[in-house]
Structures are given as structure tokens and as C-alpha cells.
Design a binder for this molecule. Structure first.
Ligand code: SF4
Ligand code: SF4
Length: 289
């Protein structure tokens, strides 16, 4: 079962929920579990594991085309084939160049060019690391090369690297509703949306709900920092008939633990109980898949 944990905006507690669900399911329900940090621009799940052991680390690359202007006839066929507008050809200036930031390494231009003017060279995309956490099958993270805009491509690579032998995989998705989120949730069996009971939380929740509805993905909602804001989010869930998975109450003690990276120590009984209930609910869905 693949469970993606997502939220319409950053700062709602998506990472806290991801690592806590991983811990709770791994400890009490199914040891055959892996956590995957797909928030490749800003991976921070690792902060919460104090005894991580690196098992494997590998650099991944994307192939970027380079045009040899000596061989180029400026026929523009590669421009026509490139769906990402990454190639600029100006015959009068003898100019032919690929914009690395726009190139999605699809290889179409190399196939299109009949004059052997295009060669591909590897450019760093990011680093994928596997760790032993002492819980289940461990934890995998992707870390995007600084300056790269190819989050989606790295998330795809991270997923390829994750062994499919785990019976439960938790994806911690990037925040928002853009392509990297769509890529993360694309093969998930169920999505846990994390929101907070504030006008901003509700606004971004609605956008994420629209996205998941368009993608026809099953999902439920956890309200984090419950008790801090208004009841509007609950009315919205009721009205839309959206599955409510549970409340994570706001406590100063737990917020202090979070700020010091200690969310596994001294978990308030109420919060531990909520995670147990949510984990049980999620595991019960496996028989329906
Ligand atoms: S590899 Fe694909 S995206 Fe990149 S320049 Fe060539 S056609 Fe465009
Ligand atoms: S297809 Fe080849 S020859 Fe034609 S413009 Fe592109 S790189 Fe130059």
C-alpha cells in the first residue's frame, strides 16, 4: 500500500505527520514499511531520526543535449520536436543553444536531428540516499541539486530506487499542488491531506481537494494544530462529504519538541492515541485495495 502525505501549503505539519505515521505503523501494525521523502527541494524528514545510518548514497544525473554549431544546419527540426521550448536557433546569428533549465531530458531533439549536431552529456540532478532508521525497512530521500528546477524528474528517480518489496510505503510529498505533487501522488493508493484550522489552511486545502478529485484519487484529511483556529474546515469537510481522519491537537509541549527535532520523545498520550487511530484506519483500507 502506498500512502502519500500531502498539503496545499508548507508549514501545516505534513512532515510531522509523515514520520509519525511511519513510526506508528512500523511499530504497531506492519514492520515491512519504508518512508520516502519526496520533498526533494527541501527534504527534512531526516532531522527527526537521531540514529540514522547511511546505507547507500548515489548521485543521479539527467542527460542534457549540446548543439555543435559547426555541424548544425539551423533547420529548426529540433525546435519543432521540443515540447518544452528549450531550444533557441537563430540562423542569421549562427546561434544554436539549449536552455538547461527548461530541458526535460526527453531525448526528442537528438532523435530529430539528422545531421549529428546534437550530443548529450550528464548533468547532476541530485542525490538519493537510503538510511537505516531502526524502524521497518528504513527511509529514502531525494535531495535536488542546488539550482536545478527538475523536482519531478528527481522524484521519478527516487521512486525507481525504492524497493517495491515493502508492504507499506509512505511518501512525504512536496507542499503545494504543482507537478512534483502530482508525480508523488500519481501511484499512491491513498492520500492523507494535512491542513490546519485557519483561513489559509482551508484555502489551500480546497485547491488540493480539487486536484485530487480531478486525479480521481481517494483521500482523507487530518487537521493539525486543532483547537487553534476556527471550525470552518470541519464544516467544509462535512459539506463536501470528505473523510475526516483525525485531529492532531496543538500543545505547547509538543510544539517545543518539534522545534528541537524531538517528535518521537515524550509524545503526549492524546497525540499518540490519535496517530494509533489514524494508522489503524489506514491499515484497514488495505483490504479494500
Ligand atoms: S531533450 Fe527534450 S526537452 Fe531537452 S532540449 Fe531536447 S527535446 Fe527539448
Ligand atoms: S535539428 Fe540538428 S541541424 Fe537542425 S537545427 Fe537542430 S541541431 Fe541544428
Amino acid at each position: 500500500m502506498k500512502i502519500a502525505v500531502a498539503s496545499g501549503k508548507g508549514g501545516t505539519g505534513k512532515t510531522t505527520v509523515s514520520v509519525n505515521l511511519y513510526r506508528t505503523i512500523g511499530k504497531y501494525f506492519d514492520k515491512n514499511i519504508r518512508l520516502v521523502d519526496c520533498d526533494v527541494e527541501e527534504p527534512n524528514d531526516a532531522i527527526f531520526f537521531h540514529d540514522l545510518k547511511l546505507v547507500e548514497k548515489k548521485e543521479v544525473h539527467q542527460l542534457i543535449p549540446k548543439i555543435d554549431v559547426e555541424a548544425c544546419t539551423f533547420c529548426r527540426k529540433c525546435v519543432e520536436w521540443c515540447e518544452f521550448n528549450a531550444i533557441t536557433i537563430v540562423k542569421s546569428l549562427g546561434f544554436a543553444e539549449v536552455n538547461n533549465d527548461l530541458c526535460h531530458s526527453c531525448g526528442a531533439c537528438s532523435v530529430a536531428c539528422e545531421f549529428g549536431a546534437i550530443t548529450e552529456y550528464p548533468q547532476p540532478l541530485g542525490i538519493i540516499s537510503h538510511f537505516d532508521t531502526g524502524i521497518g525497512n528504513g527511509f529514502t530521500e531525494g535531495r535536488l541539486e542546488i539550482g536545478s528546477a527538475m523536482q519531478t524528474m528527481l522524484i521519478k528517480e527516487v521512486k525507481k530506487e525504492v524497493s517495491q518489496n515493502s508492504s507499506v510505503i509512505i511518501y512525504d510529498a512536496p507542499p503545494g499542488t504543482s507537478c512534483p505533487v502530482v508525480e508523488t501522488v500519481s501511484d499512491a493508493d491513498y492520500i492523507v491531506l494535512v491542513t490546519e484550522p485557519t483561513p489559509f489552511g482551508l484555502h489551500d486545502l480546497k485547491i488540493t481537494v480539487d486536484l485530487l478529485t480531478d486525479l480521481a484519487k481517494p483521500f482523507g484529511v487530518i487537521v493539525n494544530k486543532a483547537g487553534l483556529g476556527s471550525d470552518e474546515v470541519y464544516s467544509y469537510l462535512d459539506k463536501k462529504n470528505i473523510e475526516f481522519l483525525g485531529d492532531i491537537p496543538f500543545t505547547k509541549e509538543y510544539a517545543a519538541n518539534y522545534a528541537s527535532g524531538n517528535i518521537f520523545e515524550n509524545i503526549p498520550t492524546e497525540i499518540e492515541g490519535t496517530y494509533m487511530d489514524i494508522a489503524e484506519e489506514l491499515m484497514s483500507k488495505r483490504v479494500l485495495l
